[in-house]
Design a protein around this ligand. Structure first.
Ligand SMILES: Nc1ncnc2c1ncn2[C@@H]1O[C@H](COP(=O)(O)OP(=O)(O)OP(=O)(O)O)[C@@H](O)[C@H]1O
Length: 357
């Protein structure tokens, strides 16, 4: 049997990228086509290694070859990825900045930021994490890094900070530079300078995603981060109670202001329901149901998922080994959320680059 590269491209031109609503060939996602007798291999370059549609796209490619050319071709599909970016993130080497925000404190914003960063890294992406929660930096504890001090060197008269590497990601926390027992009287300009240094004076190297844990509410740090660096988008964490939702809405309003204008990648509902460890099938919606989903609908943003209220989440955070690194039902919930965030980043980039319908 003989077939040509042109036939392969024509067949794969029928496979649509479901999020970007264009075909894989137009999007330049098909590469390395090799034909050897009745054997065919090619690569599909996804927009993120955390693509939740990976299996579906691979199947669609196989079906297209079988349907449009022949059932007898032995197809090898190499699913790979190149994380997309917009023109300039303002931090050299960093492709995407993802801000994690909440209206109220204590809703689990840091827990989500940490597990999101590690979930993205688990998929194979290069990830960094900045803890910009100047009022209560909790990331050192969640990584078992209390008291750690990153190395800083002077290069040509400028300070270069080396992010700490743990569990496969690079991280910096404002907590590494402050004494946890001393309330620091941070003032506006000092806060801005300190946070900007975490971005500008650190050797982040090449990163697909830089996740930023913002302080709760809306304030100086939000303005500094969003105005100094082109943030790809913000993820909003809320709990289901009305008070939390009302505050989350205020937070969303800030990102949507003309002067800030950061796309909302979606809403995550944390502590959505309680589930006892011995009865994981049972879900008790003790704080009410669908609050996060309704908020997402109101602001016309994607709903990225629910996380249960489970002891393992707080225990793992306190023990310095975030739950996404373990193997549990809740781990899967975090992984799904990380995939959906990566998907929304890819959509935001495609829109900004005029590549999505
Ligand atoms: N889904 C959950 N189940 C159980 N405990 C949780 C869950 N999410 C967060 N926690 C716990 O709740 C506490 C607050 O979480 P976290 O520090 O992530 O919140 P935050 O919104 O970042 O708070 P802050 O106001 O300090 O910014 C922590 O002890 C954390 O382990």
């Amino acid at each position: 049997m003989t077939f040509t590269k042109e036939q392969v491209l024509a067949a794969l031109g029928n496979v649509e990228e479901p999020d970007l609503k264009k075909d894989l060939v137009t999007l330049n996602m098909i590469q390395d086509i090799v034909i050897d007798g009745d054997k065919l291999s090619f690569s599909v370059i996804l927009t993120t290694p955390a693509c939740p549609l990976k299996a579906m796209i691979e199947n669609a490619c196989r079906n297209a070859i079988s349907h449009f050319i022949s059932k007898d071709i032995q197809v090898t599909v190499n699913m790979t990825s190149r994380v997309t970016t917009q023109k300039n993130t303002g931090v050299p080497g960093v492709k995407n900045i993802i801000a994690v925000a909440s209206g109220k404190g204590g809703v689990g914003k840091s827990t989500v930021a940490v597990n999101l960063a590690l979930g993205l890294a688990k998929s194979g992406a290069k990830v960094g994490l900045i803890d910009a929660d100047i009022y209560g930096p909790s990331i050192p504890i969640m990584f078992g890094l209390e008291g750690a001090r990153p190395n800083a060197t002077q290069v040509e008269g400028k300070t270069r900070i080396e992010p700490i590497e743990k569990y496969g990601i690079k991280l910096l926390s404002i907590g590494f530079f402050t004494d946890p027992n001393q309330p620091v009287p941070w003032r506006g300009p000092m806060v801005s300078t300190a946070v900007k240094q975490l971005f500008n004076d650190a050797d982040w190297g090449e990163l697909d995603y830089l996740v930023v844990d913002l302080p709760p509410g809306t304030g100086d740090i939000h303005i500094t981060v969003t105005q100094s660096f082109p943030v790809t988008g913000a993820v909003i964490v809320t709990t289901p109670q009305n008070v939390a939702l009302a505050d989350a809405k205020k937070g969303v309003g800030m990102f949507m202001m003309d002067a800030i204008n950061v796309p909302i990648l979606g809403v995550i509902e944390n502590m959505a329901y309680f589930t006892p460890a011995e009865l994981p099938e049972n879900k008790y919606y003790i704080f009410g149901q669908d609050g996060g989903k309704n908020l997402a609908a109101q602001i016309d943003a994607p709903f990225l998922g629910e996380l249960p209220l489970v002891k393992a989440i707080s225990e793992s955070g306190d023990a310095g080994k975030p739950l996404v690194l373990e193997d549990s039902v809740t781990t899967n919930a975090f992984i799904t959320i990380a995939e959906r965030v990566a998907q929304q980043v890819a959509i935001a980039n495609a829109k900004a680059n005029g590549k999505a319908q």
